[in-house]
Write a new protein. Sequence first.
Length: 631
Amino acid sequence: MKPLFTGWCLLLLMFFSIELSAQQRQDVIWARNTTEDIVLDGILDEASWAQAESLQIVYGQSAGLPHSGWQTDPGGGPGAVTDPTEAVVKFLAKGNLLYLAFDVKDKTVGGLNAWANWDGILMSVKRRNTESFLDGGVSSATELFYSFWYADTAFGVGTPPVFRGFYDNATVDTVPANPAAWDAYWRTDGVTNDSIPDNGWRVEMKINLDSLGIDATGPEGNVVELNFSIWDKDVTAGDPLASYLSRTWWQNPWNNDDNPGRVHIRPDVTVSSGPVPEVEPDLVFKNGAGVDDPVIDGVLDEPVWAMTDLFDLAWDNIELRKTYKGIGPYRSGRFQPEITINNTTTKAAIQDPVVAHIKGFFKDNFLYLAGDVEDKIVQGVGESETNIMDGLVFRLGDRDSLTSEHRLIYRELGMYFNTEGNPAALRDLPIMVEESETEYAVALKGNTIVNDQSAIDEGYTFELKVDLSFLGYPYEDNAVFFGTLLRDGDSFDDDPLQNYGSRTWFFGEFGNWSIAWAYMDPDDLITSVDDKEVVIPKSIELYGNYPNPFNPETKIKFSIPQAGDVRLTVFNILGQEVSSVLYKDLTAGSHEQLFNAEKLSSGIYLYKLEFKAADSERIFTSKIGKMTLLK
């Protein structure tokens, strides 16, 4: 292999350094790096805190889409909120330590031993060093709980808050359960648990990211999955009916696998480095304004589907998950439930791992989605038999609907095969088909016969046209909150104990699990070749490759302005040439050429096309493409 010339190396560096322009995300905060020592004393007098990025947390106002919210807790009393929470939360980093500062206004600071009767912070951070995560599961929720919730009544005026739990430690102490991993200091502007009004409280907190299996010190930094809620118990002396408890949170109020916030850390983003970088979306939908609408028949034969690949889903493929953006590698996952056969509970080996190629784009007020599912055993079941079901579900946040906690409600637009072997709409899809311009269709691939175990199936395709106006879209921010779940169930009449089911998901299994911040980019137009009218470009146009990721073959799609030769050159991420293929005597217009990577190892590769016209010595070079080989 030979190294590339300097100009090409510079082009590679530009490729990796460009950040996608999009709306400012509300689920993201940066922790700027500092070299200053931060003392946990609750005073916040270090100069770095004045330069830190901050969140405004106010009861009655959303701290950011999609899952921030607020609520009163009936366990805290029936009173109305008379002293609403107002807080500023700041973030800093030093080495592999994450620091947070909470500055909260509050007139009555303290708490009781009863549930929902205390001031405090309930926080969750996600670990990446658990056995389940390293085995292919999602990052694990860990609770950090710092409050005035006492285990007994042995407290009084001036008593400080207590620490509860870190990792699996749920003991109550007056010192952290693991101060090397997590520590904090509380300072009250007033006196706790007395009848004299206070002015508020401040907390400085330190989290050692080493204890979470996270390293944020490398050149690319890292992202910490974190959420918190601020609890506020207010008591009016002599009037118990005026007591109440409110909760106000960023992204998720609990210690569970719901959507976390994203705290980004990178060594070059410091307290003196200027504006923080914009964080790109987890997913981008291209604009199909210039292409014909696909016919919703389940058959993905329109050219637009070949140019709108989003991602792939594959059972237990950790390398594939690593190609997802943002926290996708940590919040996407897979699960195999136990099933009961003749009163026997079993979790049999998966013999036919399922794969799905997910596509999508938007046009006007419609979002077009498709799934191309590879499955050798397609079966139909009852609608309630989700553990052994074959089917695909797309999840979309409803911008017009909120829960009682003022968080987005999600609509699940799915399909499955029923007991008769016919495709059927699932969950919210039937309602949207009936009440809006939403359409869907499913087609069987090849010789697939549902519920015929003597046949070797090829799978199915699911095509969906979503009426976004029914869900309150589009908003000016062009944001879409999105997730995908792939179900696969296989049954064997000759040995039912070998039956199994599996679920594989991209950003969220079901319920309110993590969600992708997607973006409908109005400026990213799909350049298509219509079957009825061949579009001749002025230069060589690279449309990408499909499938991507692939093993070991993928098709490179491109167009050339006139007849000539095209050379495909593939490079590894070090800029070294690893393959070169010449396609000779091509005609003007659109082409798809097969590339076989059988001799290459798994990894990310870059590629370019060079076009030389038949009647000229001039060479035209395409934009850079990126492909992922998974073996």
